[in-house]
Design a protein around this ligand. Structure first.
Ligand SMILES: [Cu+2]
Length: 147
């Protein structure tokens, strides 16, 4: 398996990811409970450099999303979130080398694009798609306390 230099995943539970054989773990309810309660925004970290964007994840659950962009390159960059219809939903200010910027959005399920809108940068490769998926339906809390 090839090793890519992808940035580490933030420690946020990916609710879109199906639970892997929960029955294999005895007393797997804490995981289910945590998934049911998750209302925090999803998070994504994007590294920007010449000339690429490296998102920490390609799928996020629908709803609030916080996207942080770190410019690990030498030139100025920015980060825009573009909907499938071409509309730019939000864009950061210019991020200087070493700088960090944060976008907060609320996204519906669908396909979106991360783009650096500085002229020429998208054409040079600073564009990446990501998917917003409907979150996993609320898990009904199974009360198993008191034996
Ligand atoms: Cu750029």
């Amino acid at each position: 398996m090839p090793q890519f230099a992808l940035p580490p995943q933030p420690p946020v539970p990916v609710s879109a990811r199906p639970a892997l054989s929960a029955s294999a773990t005895p007393l797997a309810t804490p995981v289910a409970r945590r998934r049911a309660v998750v209302r925090r925004p999803a998070r994504m970290l994007v590294f920007a450099s010449e000339y690429k964007l490296q998102p920490s994840r390609r799928v996020v659950p629908a709803g609030r999303v916080i996207i942080q962009t770190k410019n690990i390159g030498e030139d100025d960059h920015n980060l825009a979130v573009r909907a499938a219809n071409g509309h730019v939903l939000k864009v950061t200010p210019v991020i200087r080398s070493g700088g960090l910027a944060t976008l907060r959005l609320s996204l519906r399920p669908g396909r979106y694009w991360l783009v650096c809108t500085i002229p020429g940068h998208e054409a040079h490769g600073m564009v990446r798609a990501f998917i917003v998926k409907r979150p996993v339906p609320k898990v009904v809390k199974r009360v198993r306390k008191g034996t």
